[in-house]
Design a binder for this molecule. Sequence first.
Ligand SMILES: Cc1cc2nc3c(=O)[nH]c(=O)nc-3n(C[C@H](O)[C@H](O)[C@H](O)COP(=O)(O)OP(=O)(O)OC[C@H]3O[C@@H](n4cnc5c(N)ncnc54)[C@H](O)[C@@H]3O)c2cc1C
Length: 260
Amino acid sequence: MREIDITRGIIESHVASLQRAVESDVVIVGAGPSGLVAGGYLAEKGYNITILEKRLSPGGGIWGGGMGYKYVIIQHEATKILDDFDIPYESYDKGLVCVDAITFASGLIFQATKKGVNIFNLTMCEDLLVREGRVVGVVINNSLAEINHLPVDPLTLEARAVVDATGHEHDVVRTFSRKNDVELNTPTGKPLGERSMFAQTAEAAVVENTAEVYPGLFVCGMSTAAVYGGYRMGPIFGGMLLSGEKLAGLLVNACTPFSQ
Ligand SMILES: Cc1cc2nc3c(=O)[nH]c(=O)nc-3n(C[C@H](O)[C@H](O)[C@H](O)COP(=O)(O)OP(=O)(O)OC[C@H]3O[C@@H](n4cnc5c(N)ncnc54)[C@H](O)[C@@H]3O)c2cc1C
């Protein structure tokens, strides 16, 4: 075995993955719980799904549990999604279940990739491709270039739909709204900003506000709160899972895979 065999194996496999992503059915930005669930359900149905994650580790905000305590809470109504992703949980009380945050994050990541999702870590979406009033793709770069403020030009991926699953940051919608004179599907045409904590209302609103915010651009998970002015909810994750599931349904209705 030569070292360059290792190098060739890595380069060839990575390039093959990238080639698959260049014309994706859906690009999901952010590998938190909502994006992973949406991606997993769509990949299962034969969609070519790319998830971009700017950090080294996918999983978004799951890993920290609540204030570093390593469990998160999920409402009973979302346990079907845990079952679909083969994630164990324990019943707690008041219609809630407890999940080990590390099992939860690693389980979602593993099952999403097993269902066929193509996840790129250390890769950020820095802008969108927009043609004739419709989002048709993403502009991507290596996160290390961004973190180190290096003048490295980006590459692009095309997609039938792009999803902002970037959590509190709502990075995709925020940048899109700032750079372009566009009217979003919100009461003011702009992102409304997230409100203080109110778990019950927030959980319902995350699912309700999972929507197409501009032709070809969808929002799910916590970014819906920032875009539609919802409340935050802390370490309860049922809404994120249900939002991902709802998004997958919206996208199945909105676009057929390139391969069909
Ligand atoms: C790192 C982190 C730690 C958190 N810790 C806690 C906590 O300890 N307690 C708590 O109550 N809540 C925490 N939260 C918030 C809570 O976990 C979220 O409300 C929940 O995880 C939201 O799920 P989501 O699917 O909307 O996306 P998130 O879990 O927020 O994931 C969004 C992902 O998008 C990625 N991303 C953002 N912008 C881009 C971009 N331009 N290109 C590519 N990727 C991008 C982020 O790196 C992140 O991994 C945290 C969130 C994050 C991101």
